[in-house]
Design a protein around this ligand. Structure first.
Ligand code: SAM
Length: 224
């Protein structure tokens, strides 16, 4: 069975599991954007989890990636990506690189991704992993992402993959006119995804589904 799948799927032993993940966990729960579904099909999630967790890479849950951090549940990655409305010419800023998986999904959809990770060894591992996999439209930086990265602003999209007490003001300020920001906001135990859309000096906010994320630690997040 293993050998036959390998041969059928051009050497990717997880292609079948990944198809199942997209159909049963993501499309069946209402994510419809065909570009997002294709990006989820194209991104080899098993390459972003530790070797010992590979067999669980396509399970319907987050997984530990070391340094007390996680790679998010596939459905949440797809849902947040759809909510961001990524366009092919967009420059997106991601806060919380973690394994680099969400970065890779975004890299399939937009022109350029800038991503910031607070834990330096995770940033370095993600940078190497993304380069090994051939993602060339991605820049990984180590540091406190709550301040954003003003030197590369404005951004058409900003995706925050850790939960803060509020949307950081620095990130709002770095959104382009018409830009979208998606961030989990709320108390440490449980949060809600918030989408902010900028129209000139006006910022429209929409609360979306409930979620549970690791804390956004930093100057405009929680204090460690
Ligand atoms: N997007 C990641 C992936 O696909 O693997 C998962 C991210 S994990 C849920 C949240 C990440 O946010 C952690 O790696 C954590 O270290 C990082 N983080 C927390 N506070 C941060 C900050 N102020 N700046 C940058 N990264 C931060």
């Amino acid at each position: 069975m293993w050998t036959r799948r390998r041969a059928q799927n051009g050497g990717d032993p997880f292609a079948h599991e990944r198809e199942g993940m997209v159909d049963r966990q993501i499309a069946a729960r209402g994510v419809r954007d065909p570009r997002v579904l294709d990006a989820m099909r194209a991104t080899p999630r098993h390459r972003f989890v530790p070797e010992r967790a590979r067999e669980f890479a396509y399970d319907d849950r987050p997984l530990e990636i070391g340094h007390s951090q996680t790679i998010s549940q596939p459905y949440i990655v797809a849902f947040m990506t759809e909510l961001l409305e990524p366009g092919p010419d967009d420059h997106v800023l991601e806060i919380g690189t973690g394994s680099g998986y969400q970065t890779a999904v975004l890299a399939h959809l937009v022109k350029r991704v800038t991503t910031i990770e607070r834990v330096a060894p995770l940033a370095e591992a993600a940078r190497n992993r993304l380069a090994d996999l051939g993602y060339c439209n991605v820049a990984v930086h180590a540091g406190d992402g709550t301040r954003g990265r003003p030197e590369d602003a404005p951004y058409d999209g900003i995706l925050v993959t850790a939960a803060g007490p509020r949307v950081p003001d620095s990130l709002r300020a770095q959104l382009a006119d018409g830009g979208r920001l998606v961030c989990p906001v709320g108390p440490r135990e449980t949060q809600r995804l918030v989408k902010v859309t900028r129209h000139g000096d006006r910022f429209d906010e929409l609360a979306s589904i409930g979620c549970v994320f690791v804390p956004l630690l930093g100057e405009e997040g929680w204090h460690a």
